[in-house]
Design a protein around this ligand. Sequence first.
Ligand code: GAL
Length: 686
Amino acid sequence: MTSERRLPTDRFLFGGDYNPEQWPEEVWHEDVALMRRAGVNAVTVGVFSWSVLEPAEGRYEFGWLDRVMDLMHANGIGVLLATPTASPPPWFTRAYPDAMPVGPDGVRLSHGSRDTYAISSPDYRRASRRITAELARRYGAHPALLGWHLHNEYGSYDWGPHAAAAFRRWLRQRYGSLEALNRAWYTAFWSQNYSDWEDVLPPRRTQYLANPTQSVDYRRFMSDEMLAAMREQREEVLAAGSTVPVTTNFMLPTWNHLEQWSWSQSLDLVSMDHYLDTDGPDGETHAAYGSDLSRSWGHGAPWLLMEQSSISSTLPDRRVHKATHRVIRNSLSYVARGSQGALFFQWRAPAAGSEVWHGGIVPHVGAESASFEGFTTLGRTLEAIREVAQPPATGPVVEADVAIVWHAEGWWATEVEHLPSAALNYSETVRATHRALWHAGIPVDFVAPGAPLGRYRLVLVPSLYAVDDATVANFEAYVRGGGHLAVWPFTGYADENLHVAPGGYPGRLRDLLGLRVEELHPLDAADQVGLELADGRGTGGTWSERSTSTGAEVLGTYLDGDLAGNPARTRHAVGSGAAHYVSTFLDPDSLGRWLRDLAGQAQVTPPLGEAPPAGIEVVVRRGADHDYLFVLNHTAEPVTVTGPGHDLVSDRACADGRPVEGYGWAVVRLAGRDGWRWERGVVDRG
Ligand code: GAL
């Protein structure tokens, strides 16, 4: 991350994707009037506009965009200008048919949707650079310009000939020689030994199980290849002299195509598109999950929520409806956890097209609607709390004493075929861990496996199957130095090439954990194991194992069955710290208890001492001169918040109690961290 290019810090950005090219110009004027009414101050323009910006190769039509940029500026609305490279126009397909992506089955895709390009095609890369350079030269110094939104949601794979050639180049760089590649890929197995680089292919569809190391290397390569494409666009923007921040929008929750730690180093700020994975209550934990990841990828710096859905979204795989108050609470949750704004997909619901039912700030029914009124409330709320947008001069925008180790490669490693259990699910395990901390009211960061860990009191390692030497050394040094490290099953079995360490699982972390696992006993989906834990009974699922302690204290055992009496939970004192382990996937209640116990041992508490009542989310965001307490009431019942501070939303002091209504919110400028309390119901001491 570079820090000198920043978004404005005197306000939160509020608005969303704006597609004026879909509408006649008279609608633009209505749009601007409505934007002002709602308090919109930022729009993302041009995301899929390539075919109208460059209708034929080398012929540009910027007049409409000139007028949009000027109109926005005249109305005090900033623009995040996208490069349109996620959707090349039809002429491009005709001119460069080989630049269309090929699936793993060898079928080349045709034009007709979006994201149809082969990322490694030299023609695609050249055309992308060119349109980026044109835009950067023309708008790089425009007064409406807030930042660059490069491409959209990088993540489209290709398995075609361009990708194959680029993969070989990447592999040569990584391994240096075919011998090294053969060793890493363990090609003696099934007669896969390579004698010529030209024989090396992407993991295309094959007869039976693919080579797992090849599969993971391909994902590493694809991430690096897309990063190279993004960096080319960044170079063009900088070469044109533009000084505003450059970002690209990561995508959660379903896409895991990028290694975000390396990507973030090439961005001025992290931005993310976040669509709730459920419209049930668990959606709140999901918003927090995406936010904490985004902030962490930027090492604690403010980030930007580039897209979320409005009150309704109809995605191919799910439909989510959000109550207006939820749109506001979610937006404040992202902001509490470091977002510099709340942007939506999209400003105006389209009249037709593939996403006609996706919804927008201005819905099909128009602005005379309760949902649009809700957006005006959000606009006013963000305005009322604008002082919070000024970040602290140093240190992270949210402080956490607990970190979860996160690595995209960890996810990829558990997506290879034929693991001991098909139910192993890295992202679900990480998510469950984060969710349990959310319920305990404990703030959390994510960290890369090799990142410095010293500032955390407790580090959690959910199912990191493959770990390199540096990670092992990092974990060991952390524990020796006094840290508490907690490890989940299926961690540390293999090195970065997915070679399993011999001598007993979890090979690479065996000594640190002080135990030796001899047999893996994955469980069927319907099966659970009973556990006798130091803090009471519990259950585990998906996984169990036969192990013996080689030094760890046993704090829980399996209750019955083959493994009765075997260690289920352990603690190994090492140096001045401890390495903790559970050998099954705990049910949510047992997991919550374990994490609270670990937090107790590591002396971690919620930010204001006590955890608030269930369903009340409390986050402290650091500002330039003050800290701010966000209170989000996700329940129907009011809660009264009492303590030294001033609520910016209601403009009321909290000393005598500030009732936060059911499904309501407060954002409090803290005058002190002591003496805060939460009571259900309306308690008026005034
Ligand atoms: C995002 C994408 C938007 C829109 C939205 C809703 O992932 O960036 O362009 O498609 O999803 O589906």
